[in-house]
Write a protein that binds this ligand. Structure first.
Ligand code: ATP
Ligand code: MG
Length: 878
């Protein structure tokens, strides 16, 4: 069976059991402060489990792209070293939202594995939750009895809380679970050691493939469990592990999920994958694994960056680069060359990568280039460190922890690479010191971002924070829950209303601000954000009385100015696609009352002419005063209409579609908009720049903001015009002014040169004999220190041999001195201009200087002793 047909079989099986098949949610999570990435199939359904939202269908199945590289579930260090943990993997799952429970979940899993996939029953073990005293939870008798109807009793094992009680994160839905484990060892091995003893013991051939969670609790912040409103089923089966079992392989990497990428890597690097535990094999596995995580997260809209989710992607990418650089001996960018093959392989399941493969490839190549440069610098640094340590080999045989940490932190060197290079040079590394530096760093970043959130205090559980802000900007409602938060030692509060007119930050549009009035007491709403499906108002304090009616009012002006920019963003997006091409896809956006910012994929700078064309189209659409139509419809219908299908919509029955002339702009969007385009008044692009490889940024203004912007620009023109004495044509006036300026400057320079030449002649005529030396010493009037030097040069040909010149001048309140000595005297008598400057001149003028032996200059603060300077040099000759 190919991996594709294994996946299809799973989905078909659950379709036949009344499940709706839904698409995978994006890997990158948007509205959940507790998670950066989807780490389990259930994430996108969290609201259904918590009862915050009603599902469209009570039975659902899918394959979900998951990433386990941060937070509670982090497998990164295992990946590639073992053969069954991935960064990104597909989780096949079936769900019941308050519908069927343990009985069906257990018997269907058995039917699928043994009846449909035909896995031998004597290779399967199942586990049930054995209870936990501390939590006050009993063992799961119900699940055990149900399993007994299918499996021999001695193949049913009891598990502890760690393995058999599943939790998504520190808080949230959770419950006891049953795992299904596969014994993939040979018959000989199985006879020798009872498989039972190897379950959940990290044996590479006895692995968990499916976890069936019976969701019945919500974990609170203080650790307590509270029962969920309804009971649910949440299952997750590792697709790559299932494929390996069904294809009879010893390693996930030997299946057709990875073999294509591995073969391509072999061709590119000229190395061979043997599947053993060597670093070369680990490198192959790391690359085959990481390329998927990198490709799919970028396709889901997350660019590598220095913070948050973007930083996690950057680290995964760098880990892959280090492995091919160090162990496959490949010193140029490799990963981007594998992207095409990967996109083709998954085009049928996750078309988002194929659709953007050119863009993703470009981003990856740029990252690889940059990191390879850093890596090379790091290796040089490493050489220095090794060299230094070598120089003091007698005392130091260890690279200190600080240096190792700098290599890690600044150059992306993992500790094991540092250790390897060190040991090749007969050195050790201070592991304790490194760990201490690492702990310090962790503490620093924790302190910087720590957000302490209390549990919700629920006043009224009915109110699901219904959003009415598309139609109304104020309402009288009640508080449904609130909690205290603490960030950077500052306390504030979050309030959820029963109904709310406040728009929560999303889709680039900033959250609304406004007022909550409780009786006489008005509290400002400083921001509004979404957490899953709850709209949360941020307030600095709580009112005296919380449980009465509250008047909720959005700041109407800010909201209007923001809506203007959101509608403008849609007009801009469509215009960019018209002018630049349909490869233009949104990569990020910010919409607020001041301006809009729009990031999109495009490979070249947008020229002034293109910008002008875009502006013209948008302003034309504004003048057409097109009504902005907003419709809710099933997602498929929207896509069929030609809506720009932004990959990355969560599963939900209906989508909101914003239409501005069906032949011009149709977008899926949850934002707030104006009634018709005329309200934008005028649109103007204010900036164009690059943000990342293949991503450009345009900033623009519309509505009152564009009026302010234009007035600002016109103000500048007016001021310039006034300076130009209200010339009719200020540009021509300015040009002629600049030309005049250049001519005057040239003339002045010529005049000065003439004057200096005259001065030189005069000085030469006044030269006197001091012993056998021709001496010129004078306080002169010149405009600059350069002019002083120039006079010296001019003097040279006018003086007979064996001369000494000293000129001093007061220039703009400061003393300036030049001393010139004939070369013959420099060689013949050992006289040196810098020495005289230092010893005789500098002290007199309170300054310093230097230069060539035959010509040196000095500058100083004191201009009162210029005549004394001349005498001091004359004295040096005598
Ligand atoms: P393990 O103990 O093997 O790490 P887990 O207990 O973390 O697994 P669950 O959180 O129950 O796994 O996830 C459900 C299923 O997803 C697992 O049974 C397994 O098949 C698969 N799975 C979990 N983590 C990974 C991973 N890092 N790579 C590939 N598959 C995974
Ligand atoms: Mg795990």
């Amino acid at each position: 069976m190919t991996s594709d047909s294994i996946r299809t079989t799973f989905l078909d099986f659950f379709r036949s059991k009344g499940h709706e098949i839904v698409p995978s949610a994006p890997i990158v999570i948007k509205n959940d402060p507790t998670l950066l990435f989807t780490n389990a199939g259930m994430n996108q359904f969290k609201d259904f489990f918590l009862g915050n939202r009603e599902p469209g269908h009570r039975r659902v199945a899918d394959t979900q792209k998951c990433l386990r590289v941060s937070g509670k579930h982090n497998d990164l260090e295992e990946v590639g070293v073992d053969t069954y943990h991935h960064t990104m993997f597909e989780m096949l799952g079936n769900w019941s939202f308050g519908d069927y429970f343990k009985k069906e979940a257990i018997s269907w899993s058995w039917e699928l594995l043994t009846g449909v996939y035909k896995i031998p029953k004597d290779r399967i073990y199942v586990t049930v939750f054995g209870g936990d005293k501390a939590e006050g939870l009993a063992m799961d008798e119900e699940a055990q009895d149900l399993w007994k109807q299918h499996v021999d009793a001695d193949r049913i094992l009891h598990g502890n809380k760690k393995d058999n009680f599943w939790e998504m994160g520190d808080t949230g839905p959770c419950g006891p679970c049953s795992e299904i484990h596969m014994d993939c060892r040979t018959d000989v091995e199985r006879l020798a050691v009872d498989g039972k003893t190897l379950v959940n013991a990290d044996h590479p051939q006895v692995i968990e493939i499916w976890n069936i969670v019976f969701m019945q609790f919500n974990r609170l912040k203080d650790g307590r469990l509270e029962p969920l409103p309804a009971r649910h089923v949440d299952t997750g089966m590792g697709f790559e592990r299932l494929v390996r079992v069904l294809q009879g392989k010893q390693s996930n990497y030997d299946t057709d999920v990875f073999s294509g990428t591995i073969a391509r890597t072999e061709r590119l690097t000229g190395k061979t994958y043997t599947g053993d535990d060597s670093k070369v094999s680990v490198a192959f596995r790391v690359i085959a694994d990481h390329i998927r995580a990198i490709g799919f997260t970028i396709a889901d809209g997350q660019l590598p960056s220095n913070t948050g989710a973007g930083y996690v992607i950057r680290r995964i990418l760098r880990r892959a680069v280090r492995y091919y650089y160090s162990y496959l001996d490949y010193k140029q960018p490799l990963l981007h060359q594998l992207m095409d093959g990967l996109a083709d392989q998954f085009a049928g399941v996750f078309p988002e990568l194929k659709a953007q493969v050119e863009f993703v490839t470009k981003v990856v190549k740029e990252e690889e280039d940059a990191f390879l440069r850093t890596l090379e610098k790091g290796l040089k640094k490493m050489e220095d460190i090794v060299g230094e340590a070598g120089a003091v080999r007698a005392t130091a045989t260890v690279i200190d922890g600080k240096a190792a940490f700098e290599l890690y932190d600044t150059y992306g060197f993992p500790f094991d690479l540092t250790k390897l290079i060190a040991s090749e040079n007969g050195l050790g590394v201070d592991e304790k010191g490194f760990a201490a530096e690492m702990a310090l760093q962790k503490e620093r970043s924790r302190a910087a971002t720590a957000l302490d959130t209390d549990d919700w205090v629920v006043l009224n559980n009915e109110g699901g924070s219904r959003f009415i802000g598309y139609d109304s900007l104020e309402t009288v409602t009640g508080v449904s829950r609130y909690r205290k938060i603490k960030a950077k030692n500052k306390e504030s509060f979050q309030i959820v209303l029963e109904t709310t007119p406040f728009y929560a930050e999303s889709g680039g549009q900033v959250g609304d601000t406004g007022l909550l009035t409780f009786g006489e007491e008005a509290i400002p709403v400083e921001d509004t954000k979404k957490e899953n499906n709850l709209t949360i108002q941020f307030v600095p304090r709580l009112p005296e009385v919380l449980d009465g009616p509250v008047l909720a009012q959005v700041d109407p002006e800010l909201r209007k100015a923001t809506a203007v920019h959101h509608t403008a963003t849609h007009l801009l997006h469509a215009a960019l696609r018209k002018v630049l091409g349909t490869h233009v896809a949104q990569k990020g956006s910010l919409v607020n009352a001041e301006y809009l910012r729009f990031d999109f994929s495009h490979f070249a700078k947008v020229t002034d002419a293109e910008i002008a064309e875009v502006e013209a189209i948008v302003n034309q659409k504004i003048r057409e005063n097109i009504p902005v139509m907003i419709r809710e419809m099933p997602k498929d219908e929207a896509v069929a209409m030609g809506a720009m299908a932004l990959f990355g919509e969560k599963y939900g029955d209906r989508v909101r579609v914003v239409i501005i002339d069906p032949s011009y702009s149709i977008e899926l969007c949850g934002g707030t908009h104006v009634g018709s385009t005329g309200e934008l008044g005028f649109f103007k692009v204010t900036a164009e720049s690059a943000v990342a490889a293949g991503v450009r940024r345009v900033e623009a203004v519309a509505g009152p903001a564009s009026e302010r912007y234009l007035n600002g620009q016109l103000g500048v023109v007016k001021a310039v015009r006034e300076q130009l004495k209200n010339a009719k044509d200020p540009v021509a006036a300015l040009e002629s002014l600049l030309q005049e300026h250049a001519e005057v400057k040239k003339r002045l320079e010529r005049l000065e040169a003439k004057q200096l030449a005259a001065l030189s002649r005069e000085l030469a005529a006044g030269a006197v004999a001091v012993g056998d030396v021709r001496f010129v010493g004078a306080v002169v009037d010149v405009p600059s220190a350069d002019a002083l030097k120039k006079v010296c040069f001019d003097l040279k040909p006018l003086l007979e041999a064996a001369y000494v010149v000293v000129l001093a001048a007061a220039i703009e309140g400061k003393a300036s001195v030049a001393v010139m000595i004939d070369e013959a005297l420099v060689t013949g008598r050992g006289w040196e201009a810098p020495k005289w400057i230092k010893e005789r001149v500098a002290p007199l003028i309170s300054g310093g200087g230097g230069g060539q032996k035959s010509l040196a200059t000095a500058g100083g603060q004191d201009t009162s002793k210029l005549a004394a300077v001349i005498e001091a040099v004359r004295a040096a000759i005598q």
